[in-house]
Design a protein around this ligand. Structure first.
Ligand code: AMP
Ligand code: MG
Length: 350
């Protein structure tokens, strides 16, 4: 599936090797005393994998048929939103004439609307038109640059971006300048929501759906309790920095520590600040957001990662977003959580 996905953005040899590294930033913490029937479904999607845990599936739901339906739903998401499928709905829009409204599916319209809302709320830090700059810095279809981009190259591309050129009116999408959309920062979360919605439609109330580290929980875990998730400590493999308890919510993490390269001792990460045109440079190592949908959590995690710790926490308080930050210090990581995140923090076992 690598190469046909909407979220994998790397093709250089170093980056491909990095990408093979497991991308699960949020680990599921097993409960003990499991006394319920549990199904586990996995499969490839979006250049990574999905992992689904279902608890006490109602009678009449057939496992193979359910998995076929999940795969079909995820294929549908790709057909709508992938930049790797030339005839996806999104790519057809990217090729359409400037100024001409294009009819899009309700799902694509919803994701674009949400993206534009996050763009406005983050004062442009989150911008789904940033693709040309992502590519310039070696995190898109083109290989990692031989030479670090110069100011003139960055300036030229900055003129080609800006979500202010996008307009969504019901299911009609148009652009006033030739900007192109790339949904890498939000589509995985939307994919999680689509699978969760499908499960709910089939009467499955207890689930955990995860795609490449973004996840959504419903109901209870195999122990009959609230789902427990571990926020990973950056650059320490699978060590849990902070356990959280969360049900019926989307959870997403954006980190700079899995997808980056180094040149002359300097680190270049895949999160680009559209306002400078360059990779972000700050001490914020990971941002975890809990929200009603995983798309919202995913989009805001990226937005806040661009903004840096202080601005991120300020916006989190303003919007009452549940946000947890890990900030690099000289000796390790400092944890910072917004007020709305407090109820999810689990203190035992730390
Ligand atoms: P995530 O892992 O969800 O934080 O998404 C990161 C991906 O989003 C990157 O690999 C880029 O393709 C894309 N991206 C980078 N910077 C931005 C930005 N400022 N706004 C929106 N998408 C971005
Ligand atoms: Mg994101």
């Amino acid at each position: 599936m690598i190469g046909r996905d909407i979220t994998s953005t790397k093709t250089g040899p170093l980056l491909s090797a990095l990408f093979l590294f497991v991308l699960v930033v949020l680990a599921v913490l097993a409960g003990c005393g499991q006394d319920k029937t549990v199904w586990k479904l996995t499969g490839p999607t979006m250049g990574t994998a999905y992992h689904i845990t279902l608890v006490d599936v109602p009678e009449g739901v057939e496992r193979a048929e359910l998995q076929t339906a999940i795969d079909a739903e995820l294929d549908a998401v790709n057909q709508e939103m992938s930049t790797y499928i030339p005839d996806s709905e999104l790519m057809r829009f990217n090729r359409a004439s400037v100024g001409e409204p294009v009819d899009v599916s309700a799902h694509l319209a919803e994701v674009i609307e949400r993206s534009l809302e996050i763009y406005r709320n983050s004062s442009g830090a989150f911008d789904v038109t940033v693709g040309p700059l992502v590519n310039l810095w070696g995190f898109g279809p083109d290989l990692e640059p031989e030479v670090i981009p110069d100011a003139a190259q960055i300036r030229a591309l900055r003129e080609q971006i800006g979500s202010d050129a996008l307009r969504i009116d019901g299911q009609q999408l148009s652009r006033s300048r030739p900007v192109e959309i790339d949904l890498s920062a939000i589509a995985k979360g939307h994919g999680v929501d689509r699978v969760a919605d499908l499960l709910v439609q089939r009467g499955i109330a207890n689930f955990l759906v995860e795609i490449g580290g973004e996840l959504r929980t419903g109901g209870v875990n195999p122990s009959g309790k609230t789902w427990r998730i571990g926020i990973e400590r950056p650059s320490a493999g699978q060590v849990v920095q902070q356990p959280i308890q969360v049900s019926d919510r989307g959870v997403a993490t954006s980190g700079d520590y899995r997808n980056y390269y180094e040149r002359d001792g300097k680190r270049y990460a895949h999160i680009i600040d559209p306002r400078t045109g360059a990779p972000v440079e700050h001490r914020l190592a990971s941002v975890t957001v809990i929200a009603g949908t995983c798309a919202e959590a995913d989009g805001y995690a990226t937005a806040l990662n661009v903004m840096g710790a202080e601005a991120a926490l300020q916006l989190a308080e303003e919007l009452q977003l549940a946000v947890f930050l890990l900030v690099k210090t000289d000796s390790g990581f400092e944890e910072r959580a917004s007020s709305a995140f407090q109820p999810y923090l689990e203190s035992q076992g730390r």
